[in-house]
Write a protein that binds this ligand. Sequence first.
Ligand code: B3K
Ligand code: ZN
Length: 891
Amino acid sequence: PAVIRRADYAAPAFLIDSVSLEFDLVPERTIVTNTMRLRRNPDAAAARLELMGEALEFVSAAIDGKTLPASAVRAHEHGLTIEDVPDAFTLTIESACNPGANTTLSGLYVSSGNFFTQCEAEGFRRITYFLDRPDVMTTFTVTLRADKTAYPVLLSNGNLIEQGDLPDGRHFAKWEDPFKKPSYLFALVAGKLVALEERIRTGSGKEKLLQVWVEPHDLDKTRHAMDSLINSIRWDEERFGLELDLDRFMIVAVSDFNMGAMENKGLNIFNTKYVLANQETATDTDFGNIEAVVGHEYFHNWTGNRVTCRDWFQLSLKEGLTVFRDQEFSADMQGGATDEAARAVKRIDDVRVLRQMQFAEDAGPMAHPVRPESYVEINNFYTLTVYEKGAEVVRMYQTLFGRDGFRRGMDLYFKRHDGQAVTCDDFRNAMADANGRDLAQFERWYSQAGTPRVSVRTAYDAASQRYSVTLSQGYGEAAPAARETQKGPLLIPFAIGLIDRAGRDIPLRLEGEAAANGTTRVIELTEQEQTFTFVDVKEPPLPSLLRNFSAPVIVEYDYTNDELAFLLAHDSDPFNRWEAGQRLATRELLALAARAQAGEPLTFDDSTVAAFSRVLTDETLSPAFRELALVLPSEAYLAEQMAEADPAAVHAARQFARKRLARALKNEWLAIYERHATPGAYEPTPQAAGHRALKNLALAYLAELDDPADAVRLANAQYEHANNMTDRAAALAVLLAASAAAGAGVAQGALDDFYRRFEQEPLVIDKWFALQATQRGSAGRPVIEIVRTLMAHPAFSLRNPNRARSLIFSFCAANPAQFHAADGSGYAFWAEQVVALDALNPQVAARLTRSLEMWRRYTPALRERMREALERVATQVKSRDVREIVEKALA
Ligand code: B3K
Ligand code: ZN
């Protein structure tokens, strides 16, 4: 397959000064008339004009009004070639496409009878012939024509400048986007939709129209998205001085969508999952995700749209930065700018995802730097590395320069680059120049793949009251794909605190400083190894390392169990308090897994139970924090820590520990369940959500008891009386878990009721499928059988990505113990589904393919079966998307 390399970047041969698009929207055959003002780029050696095009039917082309003869223009698989064009000219192209048959959900397609587009990264070329690359920015005028009854609403980017009726029951709308943009930010929507509307005034006093467009029956689920949008607009003004630049900002929800949402200029298109919510249908997690995604897409208006990427290798320029911005937004919404304990809840969630998923990606065959060097299919590089690690890289600037310094860097970035398509280097240079720092070494965060390891040695000298901390960095045994990129030490901002015997922070004075200054210091590790010495340290301290996870690294330090329990009880840094508990649990669980593998009896240390018990009952801690602290590390994370991953052993170990904690703390769980019940009206606040989370965790632990009768009774009552989806879904999950011990009948009534109650709510039916796909299963009935039965359910469809994800991905990626069954039945199922999806929707197929990419990390028997499945898939799949993943995995 053709490999695209960053090193081969060349400026475009032509530029487009303006484009006008006319659409005659018909599902089976939409005609697009595209008129462009083109001119040769003085910076580039221009030969003939090559326009990108895919799955298009070429009709005609004219230059300056004169139709080109067939000999002058060649339509081919990748686009259109026109020889001998003038230096500046108007090109008009007519082409046709078939949105009704477009199952890829890239380009123009039909969903529930309405038209939608998705252009990032390279979908615009499936709509019309174009210079479909992000460094070609132009102004768009768009005219939409369609049947008025079937498509009463016609939307595109920017401002509505004209609309009216046409003969034969048709009508039109004309939109103009005043801002130059690349083609990937184009969008149109046409259909039967209704909107929730608000008018607000932005900081400068201008009035703006905000709309959330949905199908009519979903209008009662739009309030939260609208509130999230208003909060996002306010937040970007306050934190970054960035104002909404259009008179109108629209969000449209669509139920067939490949990912979460898309930041098209002024016309964001969203997966319904990230728009629709009310207390009956959406969980607290859904509410939080909607706020985050609405924020994310809105923040792209400046970081992505006003300043965009020069080429797709720079994707993290907009994605890493915008994820960082949405993380900060959510943290501020949780706890304001200063409540560190509340902010930590969001930080813990984000770090959990990073460590569980991005660290794994960085250790496997798809490992790549935040700014990749090459790709086969760009859609495969919308990864956790580009997004989540990219966000950590951006966060490190703020950790180094503080909020004010970071803001100075942002201001300079916009001053220099507004309206341009730029690179990650441009962002780094703005941060460096605004803060008077040389950040040349920091470039390695963009060019080196793999997760850095920082190992820590400490020494205390009582006589001189000096405490030295030696940090050394390296990559350990990195995957080959990462190893090739690694050139030298990174600049690692390493936040550290020292704790005395009473659990208090020690004021910190580094050698050479006149006085102590603060209790958390960010020391900068720039060499392979460096020693930092603290003076005036009156007693041997306990170090609190990498506070608030100040860099995306693995810290190696040999704490004793007692020290971890002490940190869990006392660290003033809430993130590290949680971290200490996780380290303690991870250590115990890995030891248990090793015993399970060896067939030895399992035991669990009393002092570890006691440490967790203290956190659980510590009323000074928020319920949300206690819930996070009491959730054991996931099976996926634990398997990743083993030399050879053994999902069955990990599952046995984790279940043993859960049962042990359930038994030992039974009375505490029962008491917590009572105390944190939230009777009365439902409140969607973070505080109320924390109570629900802790209460439902208690219920889940109670379901682990050998006799889960209490849990079953409480869960049934909770299911029946719930006035919100968080509690109802949690109760159903507990009944499913209890059925492992108490028999499938325990959950059946609730399961059936849930389906009947929410039959008309696709997003809730997704939950119904997902809960069943991720259940534990009992010896009598492996979950794969349940999943195969559900595939035949009338409500199941492979064509709807949300539905495919709810059943197939949930099983293949979120139920490791069942998916990795020793008989290879999970892998056979995976192979079938990858092949089936490949023919319909390559982007979704490629995501599913990735659940087997780590095959080399597993025990020999599993490894062999996974290789067989991968090889089977390799011979059958056609798309470039899936081939790239399979070939890299097998290489
Ligand atoms: N920029 C889009 C992602 C496009 C994915 C294309 N395969 C959503 C986002 O990150 O905001
Ligand atoms: Zn994004």
